[in-house]
Design a protein around this ligand. Sequence first.
Ligand SMILES: Cc1ncc(COP(=O)(O)O)c(C=O)c1O
Length: 387
Amino acid sequence: MTKKSFGDPKTISQTLVPSYIRELKVYQAGKPIDELTREKGLTRISKLASNENPLGPSPFAIREMTNALWDIHRYPDMHAYALKSQLSELYNLKAENITLGNGSEGIMGYIARAFLGPGSEVLTSENTFIGFYILARSVGAQLNCVPLTKDFRYDVEAIAKAINEKTKIIYIANPNNPTGTYITKTEFDLLMDHVPDHVLVILDEAYFEYANEYDDYPDSMDYRYDNVITLRTLSKAYGLSGIRVGYGFAHEDLIENLNKVKLPFEPNLIAQKGAVGALKDRPHLERTLKTNSKLLKECEQFLIEKNFSPIKSITNFITIKTGSAEASDFLFGKLLDEGVIIRPLKANEMADFVRISIGTEEEMQHFYEAMTKVLPEYDNKYGRSEI
Ligand SMILES: Cc1ncc(COP(=O)(O)O)c(C=O)c1O
């Protein structure tokens, strides 16, 4: 018997898919450059939407990945010896304390799979990284979210107060995406004073390299808690978003359990090799941080001159209030017409804000020109909103 078309889509999904999966929304990534080229036929496009490294990857990483292409008929080293050795050396840790994944988000997925299940309670903040909300909900966990402070920071005291006997995991993105703000050393100490030993704290440090330049930013490698897992990535400052390599540091017992639920051979061969090359290239990282720091300040200044009030960021992106979802959509759409892709924040429950990633000097110039062009019409419609 041949069946030529699918039946009623609801029949299978209602019986097969748990309600907590049905209720999820698919993650919305920043608009890809190719899509905009296809849609609008533009040639000058600046993507300032996904907090990537606009300088690109290190040539060391490219060399390693290119050489590895000859070996892709073989599975990679399942234990990723070279990459783990390099991370061990960089952070003075044993390989048993390290796990790797398909981006740090891949490791978050493994944490959810290993430690959470229907009914588990997870404590975090509102307006933080959506990827984590999705992964926690995808295993049926219940999310308890505390509002941000008035200055768009994690409210550490409120989080400490909200811990209960059912809390299994506390998720802290430090710095936070999409606000670019951070919890300080003092706040981290305060939080850890309140966290019982049986609660796992995920410290998501995707923007660690940018943040570490600030004296009161708590570098989690300076601490040793048995119930903290640090997650970092090569997708941001190391410029390898396209191959996604993330790493996690924690007590060996936690790592061993995570490794049990992990897909073997992840990260893949090219990703392992690219990461090894990228981590070796300190000058590329320094150039990245120096360029970002200069352009972040300039962007902040530009936005202030245009009468916006950017949220103080220590990352490679900056978030501004537009005042309404409509104003955000308008600004996003008008900038898109000019070839500049920024990020509206509706999915983060911050529809009245937009986020701008820091690009190259040239891309930022493009953004400034486009903003200067579209702002008179924007002002006519929406004016400015104080934050
Ligand atoms: C706070 C935060 N954590 C994790 C990630 C995911 O990074 P990766 O590519 O390593 O999965 C992102 C990406 O935007 C992020 O902003």
